[in-house]
Ligand binder design. Structure first.
Ligand code: DOR
Ligand code: ZN
Length: 344
């Protein structure tokens, strides 16, 4: 197959940053996605409905005029998020979920939740309203190995949480392990997961063998090959509980190529092309549309997009670097060839 037309996909997990950066990050996503769930963990996290509205406006201002791209906003949960704020956000009509970052789990998550029991009333409100809880699933205890943090989170936090709130809609974001795949498969239909392109394409060998490659460093960290294979099987399975979320997370070249480099892979400029490559490699291009365009909106209770996107098999080379707010950014796959591109 050399050409593939699919319903316009959406990105159910995206970091856009703010201010000047939006001039490049918004068009990069709007080029191939109809909507995106916008992560709220900025340097000043988006913790209330007013902030989400203002941030949405800044994103819309930076959307190319020819694009119909719609940002779907989220709130950042803190220990102090009241149930009333959840209700207000839900009633606004532009907030579609709230994000649980265990405090310190990842970039700009220091004001996250220190103990899920502290946000019981907010979660109770979400359960009642049918508003999805979006979870960064890693424990942060220093004595837990970084490669085990997702599996330990599932056992010690997620399973008890789902028992306490059985009707809560929950999305385990950017899953990276076989344990996460099994947890999702064995849960009822209130539970789903997003999968990034980079966790489908790479494992920890790519990051560590032959020298440390900081552009593969992300959180949750790339795991063993066996976990990568479990993610690929889940993504191409046609199981509607697994859908596309890039976790595209731009950091400047300086911030990545540093003695203490930031976590995040910038995949927006190549996103749907990278997913197409994975599905193609595994003879599953017929499953791409469900994963990229149907299962996300179905889980969120939103209509599927009506526009289409056409991909063609035609090699192109990813730019060596890009600009973000006057600084240099290295996209994932910089200077390398991709097999698929979007037809004009
Ligand atoms: O690798 C990551 N980068 N994982 C996250 O969860 C956050 C993101 C970021 O914001 O840079
Ligand atoms: Zn993220």
């Amino acid at each position: 197959m050399n050409q593939l037309q699919i319903t316009l996909p959406d990105d159910w997990h995206l970091h856009l940053r703010d201010a000047e950066s939006l001039k490049s990050t918004v068009p990069a996503t709007a080029r191939c996605f109809g909507r995106a769930i916008i992560m709220p963990n900025l340097q000043l996290p988006i913790t209330n409905t007013e902030q989400a509205e203002a941030y949405k406006q800044r994103i819309v201002t930076n959307t190319p005029p020819s694009s119909t791209f719609t940002p779907l906003m989220t709130l950042y949960l803190t220990d102090n998020t009241p149930a009333s704020e959840i209700k207000k956000a839900h009633n606004s009509g532009f907030v579609y979920g709230a994000k649980l970052y265990p405090a310190g789990a990842t970039t700009n998550s220091d004001s996250g939740v220190t103990d899920v029991n502290k946000i019981s009333s907010a979660i109770e409100a979400m359960e009642a309203l049918g508003m999805p809880l979006l979870v960064h699933g890693e424990v942060t205890q220093t004595d837990i190995d970084i490669f085990d943090r997702e599996a330990v989170f599932i056992d010690t936090i997620l399973k008890p949480l789902k028992q306490k709130f059985p009707k809560l809609k929950l999305i385990l974001e950017h899953i990276t392990t076989e344990e996460a795949v099994r947890f999702i498969e064995n849960s009822d239909n209130t539970v789903a997961a997003t999968i990034t392109a980079h966790h489908l394409l790479y494992n920890r060998n790519h990051m560590l063998v032959g020298g440390i490659k900081p552009h593969y460093y992300c959180l949750p960290i790339l795991k063993r090959n066996r976990h990568q294979q479990a993610l690929i099987s889940a993504a191409i399975s046609g199981n509607p509980k697994f859908f596309l979320g890039t976790d595209s997370a731009p950091h400047t070249q300086l911030a990545k190529e540093s003695a203490c480099g930031c976590a995040g892979c910038y995949t927006a400029p190549t996103a749907i092309e990278l997913y197409a490559e994975v599905f193609d490699t595994h003879n599953a291009l017929d499953k791409l549309e469900g994963f990229a365009s149907f299962f996300g909106p179905d889980f969120y209770g939103l209509p599927r997009n009506t526009q289409t996107l056409t991909l063609i098999r035609k090699p192109w080379t990813v730019p060596a670097s890009l600009d973000m707010a006057g600084e240099t950014l290295i996209p994932l796959r910089a200077n390398e060839e991709l097999a698929w591109q979007i037809a004009n």
